[in-house]
Design a protein around this ligand. Sequence first.
Ligand code: APR
Length: 316
Amino acid sequence: MARKKITVIGAGNVGATLTQRLAEAELGDVVVLDIPQTEGMPAGKGLDILEAAPVYGYDSKVKGTTDYADTANSDIVVITAGIPRKPGMSRDDLLSTNAGIVKTVTENVAKVSPNAILIVVSNPLDAMVYVALKTSGFPKHRVIGMAGVLDSSRMAAFIAEVTQTSVEDINTMVLGGHGDTMVPVTRYCTVAGVSINEILKKEQVDAIVKRTAEGGAEIVKLLKTGSAFYAPSASVVAMVESILKDKKRILPCAAYLQGEYGINDLYVGVPVKLGERGIEQVIQLNLTVEERIALQKSAEAVKELVEVMRRMKVVN
Ligand code: APR
């Protein structure tokens, strides 16, 4: 059986780390692409990762390029192209620059890999994945945003720290947009099946929720020169694995909603079933009134970004 082909667009911090993780996990052959101005950079990084294969024992082929022809007929294309957040910048400040980048990238990708599943990582995430859907013309189940897996992983890391338990026994569920309005649903955040609301004091739960919502900004403030990339790339690997192995995991992802959760024509983070066809089902959780209101508020924030992009004529 031929190995699957995965393309990573953008060979920066997220893209290069993701390429390494995908190769090490042997999920497929990986092509990593960056803009021509970067000259040998993607080729150099690709070759470096390929040369680690004998030590690590993976047979995935890795190639860096600036030519979309090398990415043709990919099964999955992950878009990490764009500029990262600098200190003091909100994800929304990135909107205009990254919208243009994601639009151009998607046009190129759609031409050479018309059957691919697209996973968008560039921020502001919920807006960028909307651009990818509208530009590609792909069906909604093949255009997915990575955010909820990352936010949920951050939350799980904080819960593990506070409860002094293994991350393996922790399940978390963060819904909504990938921004300050995200909605960690604490009822569904569990340690060995028991909700953190039962295990921790309210102040502890509130502190974890706040730290989760500000998780990206916390890293930006520490790094000073860019944004997170280890946990984001790991989160993409979980999504790629569920798709390519048809595992049908239920993961929170940005999905295009058409009425689910009372939200229409927007990408918002919700639990989805990820399998070989991409998003195979949007899981409709029973939410309390407060959770529903918080999700609506988060969707409103995403809608504002989409409206800005409409005015900028990035999308119709
Ligand atoms: N086509 C391909 N690659 C591009 C394009 C383009 N049109 N425009 C920019 N890039 C490349 C840059 O040359 C750079 O190598 O995208 C890469 C981005 O890498 P970094 O600057 O290191 O940014 P990174 O930390 O990887 O974040 C990328 O992911 O998490 C999000 O907010 C983050 O939007 C940002 C994206």
